[in-house]
Design a protein around this ligand. Sequence first.
Ligand code: SF4
Ligand code: SF4
Length: 160
Amino acid sequence: MIEDVTHNRADLQFGQGFAEQLGDVRLSACFMCRACTSVCPITRLNDSFNPFRFVRLALFGYIEEVLESGLIWFCTNCYACQEKCPHGVRIPDLMTALKNLAIKTGYAPREVLLQMNIVKDQGRIYPIDEFDNKKRGKLNLPSLPVSCEAVSTLFNENSE
Ligand code: SF4
Ligand code: SF4
């Protein structure tokens, strides 16, 4: 579990510790070729989003800046960067770890938290309530469950 990792200045030792906590993400294997950036579909739309920079900032310990920028939420986890990287740096895993960290440390946008709570409570990405079920009934469609204990349990187990 990644704990107490927010920082607002360069700290190589701290960055190395963060990289090690991510496990087999291979951040330190990055040799700055920028192939990841060249194939990222989000970079094509927004040049502020740069996977190569996320790798370097994480390695140098600039975690708080990365989380504050909110840019991590543009990553679609498409894996194009990882497939192109000649050194097998697992950037999508880094992005997922940063998103998880943003949620734990209060940097996640409100919209993300709302969506997360719908998934957690109902096990789906859009909410269903009794009003929706009444409308379904009028169309002779079966009611849908308004909660999903299995998914809620998964969330609770992984947040401990
Ligand atoms: S493609 Fe891999 S080695 Fe090249 S800059 Fe990106 S992460 Fe670093
Ligand atoms: S996984 Fe994220 S960072 Fe990598 S290419 Fe896709 S959108 Fe870009």
